[in-house]
Design a protein around this ligand. Sequence first.
Ligand code: GLC
Length: 805
Amino acid sequence: MSSPALRALTTVTNVSLTDTGIIAELGGGVRPELLRVDAIRDDVVRLKISRGGVFDESPSYAVRDDLEQEEVDVDVEIGAERVTVSTPAVTVSVTTEPFGIDVHRADGTVVVETAPDGDGGRAGYATLNDAFAFARRSSPGGAVYGLGEKTGPHNRKGKDYNLWNVDVLNPTSSGEFTRGRDAADPRADPMSTDFDPYYMSIPFVIEQDPATGHAFGSFVDNGYSGHYDFRNGDRTAVRFEGGQYTEYIFAGPDIPGIIEAYTWLTGRTALPPLWSLGYHQCRWHGYEQSDVLELAQGFREREIPCDTLWLDIEYMDGYRVFTWNSELFPDVPGMLSSLEDDGFRMITIVDPGVKAEPGYGVFDDAVERGVLCLTEGGDIYIGQVWPGDTAFPDLVTEEGRRWWGALNAEHVRSGIAGIWNDMNEPATGVISPLGMRFGRGEFSHERYHNQYALLMAMGTTQGLLEAMPDRRTFVLSRAGSAGIQRYAANWMGDNVANWDHLRLSIAMANGLGMSGQAFVGADIGGFAGDSGAELFARWMQYGALTPFCRNHSMIYQRPQYPWSFGPAVERIAREALQLRYRLLPYIYSAFVAASETGAPVQRPLAFSYQYDAIVESVEDQYLFGADLLVAPIVEAGAVTRSVYLPEGGWYDWHTDEYLSGGRHIAALAPLDRIPLYARAGAVVPMLGEAPASTRGLAPREVELHLFVPEAGAPDVVSTLHEDDGESFAASDGAVVRTRVTVSRDGDTVRVSAVSDGDGFDGFARERFILVVHGADPSGVVGAEANGERIVLECGADGFEVSVTV
Ligand code: GLC
């Protein structure tokens, strides 16, 4: 049955001024509503429509609660047919009858325009029984990015998407979206690479005009079930099943600026502790304490770098959260301290499903405090997670979050490095989640379903920070919604050990990066199903160059440790991880940039080259940080692939061959080589050797790999950020930040570095080693050269050197 048409609001009357825009009455519907238009930054406007004549002012959780209204110079003109609200950057035009909203940039170019509704009206806003919808003009052939964790192509144009967090491999959860689909429809199969929806819902999109390449952003701050429809080329239709219409429009036209503005609003990826950028070894497996210690030994003996070992649900006593199975783990403190001695940390899983069992302390305490989700009738809501009947923390209340945060803090204090949150869609097994209400029973499930994981990560992070205020937190979450990047990293849930899922994970991570979440990664090797030698080797090579680097697999699958597929694959895995560890100064600096500007760490080419129409369809490549281009092998048996190099110059990482951009090349990729390129002009900071882990890492030397720019190329600035990697002291200046500018004049390449910051405890770097790629440096002025390695004894100061090439 198709859903009945919503009733449009068609007229605008009684317009009055506010400090930041206008408020007006919207008529023509079942009853009048109020419209607010607010300029909150020169390039960001907010549109709101009341429900029942009242605006919902409760916290949105997606938007930062410390956001300060910027001073905006707002100019309002009220005419009979049109009311305009202008900032120096944009003009919002509200047509009074029929009601519609158009936004243009100051130069007259279109940001958004309300679509016609087919009956001579405009699809500005329609509503019926809590649902609301609107539609915008679009252009056939344009590109749409964003919407967070989605399957299928990273350009969303041509498809439709649901926003409802789903435990993908659980038929009760995904069934709503598979039911009634033809067996030939890939969305009938939750394991397909087109299944929708997934674990996360982020109602943020970036839409690009095919004629100009200009882009705008739209964020609907609403956690209810939603639907975005891009199937009709000239119209984008958006519908939510409840809540208030609150939309932010980001004028663009450049994608990095749109993401900067969106993450200014919803927060940036929190700067992670350095260790969390190392390699993570996880496996759902019935480990005993001795197995864990043996595993740790295995890494060190084989000289494969690793920072963190993870324990999945089997470590608990009967799957009761915040307990240990003491038969399997007789001496947890002893195990943790021995791991620490070897430079390892441990992370354990924490699901929200609290075993509903009188006598189990966590459950009893929660019942007594009234911090569990209730049903409409006031019963404690029961779902089914690993321990059977489970209750769920009511994370919509401050008390619930504090209680949950304190439990997590206690767990971390016992020697655990971070928290792994799973099943937080929330997943409720064979029982429908809809009976679960929030806020002591006050709010429907639908209102906060998509925000449950966000609230869980928020409560966890706040609890950890309260207990350990000087220590950066690490939380990994499966589900999420807009704003989750402030509190947690996300992995992409239960993937399958096959090539399609390897390939899918590239576009998925790119989509998350374009949606404000920079700290992402898929289960390396594949979660469900047995991985194979070639697939595993290719996945490790690629996974080592993704923001979050964790190998994970399902219980009873064949082991997929780096050494599980024989010596040749072990060598490939070692090399891949050693490269990651050598690149840590570069990767860390990319995370600093993400935390300051929202720039994703794993970026689709469209982020940096939006005016190049070719990149729209480049699905299986990405930039890792600003200067490395990664083109993973995504097919069995392939030893060569086509790679698109965008404009500018590039260097083959493996051979140092210079390649001009703006074209496709054929890359050679024998099994031990992933196609990888460095941008000409860039300086990539690296460690000379890969450490076994990041513990105690305090390098005396950092290599600066200079990729010589071609003559006539513009200057390139690269930034290295060094700090203690674990506290918040960097935000008070305890950092060394080095900006390296590379410029070329004829045969002379000048490299000048300016360092600032106060330095920090543990800073040990005495020198940089400038390593020149693409030329044999001669005529070095300003330093001592030793072949292609130029030694710069500069500590925390800058340097200036020039090289004849
Ligand atoms: C879920 C998680 C997976 C985990 C398993 C057992 O399927 O997505 O990562 O291993 O539960 O906890």
